[in-house]
Design a protein around this ligand. Structure first.
Ligand code: HEM
Length: 450
């Protein structure tokens, strides 16, 4: 075996505690003391993980995706398969993964969700209207309400409100699932009051609802590709084969699960960064206020686009991507054997002072002044596992933020400085960003009145 990346001298237990309590500080410290490639022992993973923030190494890792050098689904499978089903693209590798992506991706890459743009704007406005005034409330649950409605709309189209009963949605998404459901040893059905028992009962109801909708469309011969379910029912691979019923259910379930809390959390970070930065807020209001508020116009505004990118750079919700080597590979000068878990560190690359001027400063202009290659900026990961919902997530973030900044005034207590805390496998702001909403007359209404 050749030279190996350095590791921290602290005990496995100490590393685990720090990883859970202050992961970003731990990553920074590792880079400062160990360099751009280092090894950490992370609980729930059987082997140590080799992190790298060397942009060239990251480029090579993402480029190796889809070859027989690297796999990823098999790492997630033991944790996620019992939770989201065995046909989810998250846990597939190789040919099967490629087939599912090829059948699902066109919907997203062609931006077909934009057909719902006007509906989404109305839906978002309706949700924001319900935000209370004059009292402090955490913004993440409010963002979750929006993103859940958006993903259901895009998946089930006009029937979004009818497919999954509101009571079931509330039970399933009303509180984050217990982290215990991801622990293999605790995945035992001990009745509906146990975490796993409760989870699988609710999931079975969700499955039934999705299957019933598919059957209803088949019986009524309702085809077309406006929404994601329709597009998955229509999709055919090169041999003319469609996805099977359970494959469709698992993938729909995956998209609901992966597309909801992630975007809501990114939007919560966005609210924090924008409403604590008067210059950015004013510029957004000016830019958005100067155009007709059509979805096409709003989603192509340069400063709004730069702001969304800057939010995802400074506070990437996924701090790293994860792959496993299936063959020897040289990474950042180290010879890594097959079986090595290797993690391109999204957070460290986004905060590398050699790549970004003043990386700790929230400054959307950096995305107007220069283009940034994907191995420097990768909030959605890379290679063939690049987030399938990236285009939808950024589209949605722009529509939500355009309305939040022009329709509301939010204040955030100056003493509140969020730290990143784990929400499942990604990082969200501590305390979910407490805000107070104040009376506010949007500029457009002021102009109309006066
Ligand atoms: C701001 C919001 C989001 C962020 C930052 C984000 C980020 C990511 C990242 C980093 C990955 C892993 C990529 C890799 O391993 O290289 C990923 C995968 C994935 N994301 Fe997202 N995501 C977001 C929203 C969404 C949405 C809205 C959807 C669904 C509509 C979605 C569906 C998925 C799926 C299905 C995968 C697995 C892809 C595969 O394994 O082939 N994500 N996402």
């Amino acid at each position: 075996m050749g030279n190996q990346p350095p590791a921290l001298a602290s005990s496995r237990f100490a590393q685990a505690v720090e990883f859970y309590r202050r992961p970003l500080e731990l990553f920074q410290r590792c880079r400062e003391t160990l360099g751009s490639c280092f090894t950490l022992r992370v609980p729930t993973f059987p082997a140590p993980i080799t992190f790298t923030c060397d942009p060239e190494a990251i480029k090579a890792i993402f480029a190796a995706d889809g070859t027989d050098l690297i796999e990823s689904g098999s790492i997630a499978a033991p944790i996620f398969e019992p939770v989201i089903g065995k046909h989810s693209m998250l846990i597939l590798d190789g040919e099967k993964h490629h087939r599912h992506r090829a059948l699902i991706m066109p919907y997203f890459s062609r931006g077909q969700f934009a057909k719902f743009g006007d509906d989404l704007v109305r839906l978002i406005a309706g949700q924001i209207d319900q935000w209370p005034k004059g009292v402090r409330f955490p913004i993440r649950p409010r963002m979750q309400n929006i993103t859940l409605q958006v993903i259901l709309r895009v998946i089930f189209g006009d029937r979004a409100g009818l497919v999954i009963a509101p009571t079931l949605l509330r039970k399933f998404f009303g509180r984050s699932p217990s982290p215990l459901i991801f622990m293999h040893a605790l995945q035992r059905d001990l009745g509906s009051l146990s975490p796993w028992g409760r989870y699988i009962r609710l999931r079975a109801e969700m499955y039934q609802s999705i299957a019933a909708e598919r059957d209803r469309r088949l019986a009524a011969r309702l085809f077309g590709n406006d929404d994601i379910l329709a597009s998955l029912m229509e999709a055919r691979d090169e041999s003319g084969n469609a996805l099977e019923t359970q494959e469709i259910i698992d993938e729909i379930f995956t998209l609901i699960a992966a597309g909801n809390d992630t975007t809501a959390t990114a939007l919560s970070w966005a609210a924090y960064h924008i409403f604590t930065n008067q210059r950015v807020l004013s510029r957004l209001r000016d830019e958005i206020g100067a155009v007709e508020p059509t979805t096409e116009r709003l989603t192509s505004l340069p400063f709004l686009d730069a702001t969304v990118k800057e939010v995802l750079r400074i506070s990437p919700i996924f701090s790293f991507a994860l792959r496993r080597l299936t063959q020897n590979m040289k990474v950042a000068g180290f010879d890594l054997p097959p079986g090595t878990l290797i993690a391109p560190s999204i957070y460290l690359v986004h905060h590398d002072a050699k790549l970004w001027n003043e990386p700790a400063r929230f400054n959307p202009d950096r995305f107007l002044e220069a283009r940034h290659p994907t191995n420097h900026f990768s909030p959605f990961g890379g290679g063939i596992r690049h987030c399938i919902g990236a285009a939808l997530a950024t589209y949605e973030m722009k529509l939500v933020l355009a309305q939040v900044v022009t329709q509301t005034e939010l204040s955030i207590d100056p003493s509140y400085v969020p730290h990143a805390r784990w929400i499942g496998n990604f990082l969200g702001p501590s305390k979910n960003v407490p805000v107070v909403r104040h009376e506010f007359t949007p500029a457009r209404e002021m102009r109309a009145a006066g």
